[in-house]
Ligand binder design. Structure first.
Ligand code: 5GP
Length: 191
Protein backbone atom coordinates (compact mmCIF):
# COMPACT_ATOMS: atom_id res chain seq x y z
CA UNK A 1 0.00 0.00 0.00
CA UNK A 2 1.72 3.10 -1.34
CA UNK A 3 0.28 5.44 1.31
CA UNK A 4 1.75 3.29 4.08
CA UNK A 5 5.12 2.83 2.39
CA UNK A 6 5.45 6.60 1.97
CA UNK A 7 4.54 7.16 5.62
CA UNK A 8 7.14 4.60 6.75
CA UNK A 9 9.80 6.32 4.61
CA UNK A 10 9.01 9.80 5.94
CA UNK A 11 8.18 9.03 9.60
CA UNK A 12 9.70 5.60 10.40
CA UNK A 13 13.05 5.22 12.13
CA UNK A 14 15.32 2.20 11.75
CA UNK A 15 17.00 0.97 14.92
CA UNK A 16 19.84 -1.54 15.18
CA UNK A 17 18.74 -5.17 15.34
CA UNK A 18 16.10 -4.87 12.63
CA UNK A 19 13.63 -2.81 14.66
CA UNK A 20 11.48 -0.19 12.95
CA UNK A 21 9.98 2.55 15.13
CA UNK A 22 6.67 3.89 13.90
CA UNK A 23 5.57 5.39 17.20
CA UNK A 24 4.72 8.73 15.65
CA UNK A 25 1.73 7.37 13.69
CA UNK A 26 1.01 3.72 14.56
CA UNK A 27 1.84 2.39 17.98
CA UNK A 28 2.54 5.16 20.44
CA UNK A 29 0.91 8.25 18.97
CA UNK A 30 -1.84 7.17 16.57
CA UNK A 31 -2.60 9.14 13.41
CA UNK A 32 -6.30 8.27 13.41
CA UNK A 33 -7.28 9.45 9.88
CA UNK A 34 -4.24 7.64 8.50
CA UNK A 35 -4.88 4.38 10.39
CA UNK A 36 -8.51 4.62 9.31
CA UNK A 37 -7.27 4.36 5.71
CA UNK A 38 -5.50 1.12 6.69
CA UNK A 39 -8.78 -0.07 8.18
CA UNK A 40 -10.55 0.58 4.88
CA UNK A 41 -7.92 -1.44 3.04
CA UNK A 42 -8.30 -4.43 5.39
CA UNK A 43 -12.05 -4.17 4.87
CA UNK A 44 -11.59 -4.21 1.09
CA UNK A 45 -9.44 -7.35 1.41
CA UNK A 46 -11.68 -9.29 3.81
CA UNK A 47 -15.19 -7.89 3.29
CA UNK A 48 -16.54 -11.07 1.66
CA UNK A 49 -15.33 -13.44 4.39
CA UNK A 50 -18.22 -13.11 6.84
CA UNK A 51 -16.01 -11.66 9.59
CA UNK A 52 -17.96 -11.05 12.81
CA UNK A 53 -15.06 -10.41 15.19
CA UNK A 54 -11.64 -8.77 15.11
CA UNK A 55 -8.97 -10.29 17.36
CA UNK A 56 -5.75 -8.55 18.34
CA UNK A 57 -3.21 -8.45 21.17
CA UNK A 58 -2.67 -5.73 23.74
CA UNK A 59 -1.42 -3.08 23.70
CA UNK A 60 -0.41 -1.69 20.34
CA UNK A 61 -2.83 -3.78 18.30
CA UNK A 62 -5.93 -2.39 19.98
CA UNK A 63 -6.13 1.07 18.42
CA UNK A 64 -5.52 -0.31 14.93
CA UNK A 65 -8.04 -3.12 15.44
CA UNK A 66 -10.72 -0.65 16.53
CA UNK A 67 -10.32 1.36 13.35
CA UNK A 68 -10.50 -1.84 11.30
CA UNK A 69 -13.56 -3.03 13.23
CA UNK A 70 -15.34 0.24 12.57
CA UNK A 71 -15.34 -0.66 8.87
CA UNK A 72 -16.70 -4.16 9.49
CA UNK A 73 -19.15 -2.95 12.17
CA UNK A 74 -18.08 -5.79 14.48
CA UNK A 75 -16.52 -5.95 17.98
CA UNK A 76 -12.83 -6.13 18.82
CA UNK A 77 -11.52 -8.75 21.23
CA UNK A 78 -7.98 -8.28 22.45
CA UNK A 79 -5.83 -11.00 23.97
CA UNK A 80 -4.47 -9.93 27.33
CA UNK A 81 -0.94 -10.51 28.48
CA UNK A 82 -1.74 -12.60 31.49
CA UNK A 83 -0.99 -11.80 35.09
CA UNK A 84 -4.11 -13.32 36.66
CA UNK A 85 -3.84 -16.59 38.61
CA UNK A 86 -6.39 -19.41 38.73
CA UNK A 87 -8.30 -18.67 35.62
CA UNK A 88 -7.87 -22.06 33.91
CA UNK A 89 -11.16 -23.20 32.46
CA UNK A 90 -12.53 -19.74 31.88
CA UNK A 91 -10.05 -18.64 29.25
CA UNK A 92 -8.21 -19.81 26.16
CA UNK A 93 -4.49 -19.40 26.60
CA UNK A 94 -1.30 -19.63 24.56
CA UNK A 95 2.32 -18.60 24.77
CA UNK A 96 4.07 -15.79 22.91
CA UNK A 97 7.74 -14.90 22.76
CA UNK A 98 8.12 -11.13 22.60
CA UNK A 99 10.25 -9.95 19.69
CA UNK A 100 10.93 -6.57 21.24
CA UNK A 101 11.56 -7.74 24.84
CA UNK A 102 12.83 -11.27 24.25
CA UNK A 103 10.76 -12.91 27.00
CA UNK A 104 7.94 -15.45 26.95
CA UNK A 105 4.48 -14.65 28.30
CA UNK A 106 0.96 -16.10 28.27
CA UNK A 107 -1.88 -14.49 26.40
CA UNK A 108 -5.50 -15.12 27.29
CA UNK A 109 -8.98 -14.54 25.91
CA UNK A 110 -12.12 -15.19 27.90
CA UNK A 111 -14.29 -18.03 26.58
CA UNK A 112 -17.14 -15.54 26.79
CA UNK A 113 -15.83 -13.61 23.79
CA UNK A 114 -14.68 -16.27 21.31
CA UNK A 115 -16.44 -19.46 20.25
CA UNK A 116 -17.57 -21.77 17.44
CA UNK A 117 -20.05 -19.25 16.01
CA UNK A 118 -17.31 -16.70 15.30
CA UNK A 119 -15.42 -15.93 12.09
CA UNK A 120 -12.31 -14.06 13.09
CA UNK A 121 -9.95 -11.60 11.43
CA UNK A 122 -6.69 -11.24 13.37
CA UNK A 123 -5.07 -7.79 13.22
CA UNK A 124 -1.60 -6.77 14.42
CA UNK A 125 0.86 -3.96 13.84
CA UNK A 126 3.98 -6.01 12.99
CA UNK A 127 4.83 -9.50 11.80
CA UNK A 128 8.42 -10.50 12.52
CA UNK A 129 9.17 -14.03 13.76
CA UNK A 130 5.49 -14.87 13.88
CA UNK A 131 5.16 -15.74 17.55
CA UNK A 132 2.41 -13.20 18.34
CA UNK A 133 0.37 -14.32 15.33
CA UNK A 134 0.87 -18.01 16.10
CA UNK A 135 -0.33 -17.41 19.66
CA UNK A 136 -3.44 -15.62 18.41
CA UNK A 137 -4.15 -18.32 15.80
CA UNK A 138 -3.95 -20.98 18.52
CA UNK A 139 -6.56 -19.08 20.60
CA UNK A 140 -8.90 -19.05 17.59
CA UNK A 141 -8.34 -22.77 16.95
CA UNK A 142 -8.88 -23.70 20.60
CA UNK A 143 -12.14 -21.75 20.68
CA UNK A 144 -13.56 -23.60 17.67
CA UNK A 145 -13.99 -20.31 15.80
CA UNK A 146 -13.18 -20.06 12.10
CA UNK A 147 -10.25 -17.95 10.96
CA UNK A 148 -10.83 -15.66 7.98
CA UNK A 149 -7.17 -14.66 7.99
CA UNK A 150 -4.68 -12.17 9.36
CA UNK A 151 -4.19 -8.49 8.56
CA UNK A 152 -0.77 -7.07 9.32
CA UNK A 153 0.23 -3.45 8.93
CA UNK A 154 3.99 -4.00 8.53
CA UNK A 155 5.57 -7.37 7.78
CA UNK A 156 9.32 -7.66 8.07
CA UNK A 157 9.88 -10.03 5.16
CA UNK A 158 13.48 -10.64 6.17
CA UNK A 159 12.22 -12.46 9.27
CA UNK A 160 10.59 -15.89 8.98
CA UNK A 161 7.09 -15.36 10.46
CA UNK A 162 5.16 -14.53 7.28
CA UNK A 163 6.43 -17.50 5.26
CA UNK A 164 6.01 -19.85 8.19
CA UNK A 165 2.37 -18.94 8.79
CA UNK A 166 1.36 -18.81 5.10
CA UNK A 167 2.80 -22.34 4.71
CA UNK A 168 0.20 -23.58 7.21
CA UNK A 169 -2.53 -22.40 4.82
CA UNK A 170 -3.53 -19.30 6.78
CA UNK A 171 -4.26 -16.21 4.68
CA UNK A 172 -1.92 -13.38 5.70
CA UNK A 173 -2.37 -9.93 4.12
CA UNK A 174 0.33 -7.37 4.94
CA UNK A 175 -0.13 -3.78 3.82
CA UNK A 176 3.64 -3.23 3.58
CA UNK A 177 6.35 -5.87 3.40
CA UNK A 178 9.90 -4.76 4.13
CA UNK A 179 12.48 -6.98 2.46
CA UNK A 180 15.53 -5.15 3.74
CA UNK A 181 16.39 -2.55 6.34
CA UNK A 182 19.93 -1.30 6.86
CA UNK A 183 21.28 0.31 10.03
CA UNK A 184 21.82 3.56 8.11
CA UNK A 185 18.05 3.77 7.55
CA UNK A 186 17.59 2.39 4.00
CA UNK A 187 14.29 0.53 3.66
CA UNK A 188 13.44 -1.71 0.70
CA UNK A 189 9.84 -2.77 0.16
CA UNK A 190 8.69 -5.89 -1.63
CA UNK A 191 7.02 -4.86 -4.89
P1 5GP B 1 6.69 -11.53 16.20
O1 5GP B 1 5.89 -12.23 17.26
O2 5GP B 1 6.11 -11.70 14.81
O3 5GP B 1 8.16 -11.87 16.25
O4 5GP B 1 6.64 -9.98 16.53
C1 5GP B 1 5.43 -9.30 16.46
C2 5GP B 1 5.27 -8.35 17.60
O5 5GP B 1 6.51 -7.75 17.98
C3 5GP B 1 4.36 -7.23 17.20
O6 5GP B 1 3.15 -7.36 17.92
C4 5GP B 1 5.10 -5.94 17.56
O7 5GP B 1 4.52 -5.39 18.71
C5 5GP B 1 6.50 -6.35 17.87
N1 5GP B 1 7.47 -6.00 16.81
C6 5GP B 1 8.15 -6.85 16.01
N2 5GP B 1 9.01 -6.21 15.22
C7 5GP B 1 8.87 -4.90 15.51
C8 5GP B 1 9.51 -3.71 15.00
O8 5GP B 1 10.39 -3.71 14.13
N3 5GP B 1 9.08 -2.54 15.52
C9 5GP B 1 8.13 -2.47 16.49
N4 5GP B 1 7.77 -1.25 16.91
N5 5GP B 1 7.51 -3.56 16.99
C10 5GP B 1 7.89 -4.77 16.51
Amino acid sequence: MKLLEDKILTDGQVYPGGVLKVGSFLNHQIDVPFVNELGKEFYRLYKDEGVNKILTIEASGIGIACLVAQNFNVPVVFAKKNQTKNIAGEVYTSKVVSFTHGREYDIIVSKEFLGPDDKVLIIDDFLANGSALQGLIKLVEDSGAKLAGCGIVIEKGFQPGGDMIRKTGVRVESLAIIDDMTDDGQITFRS
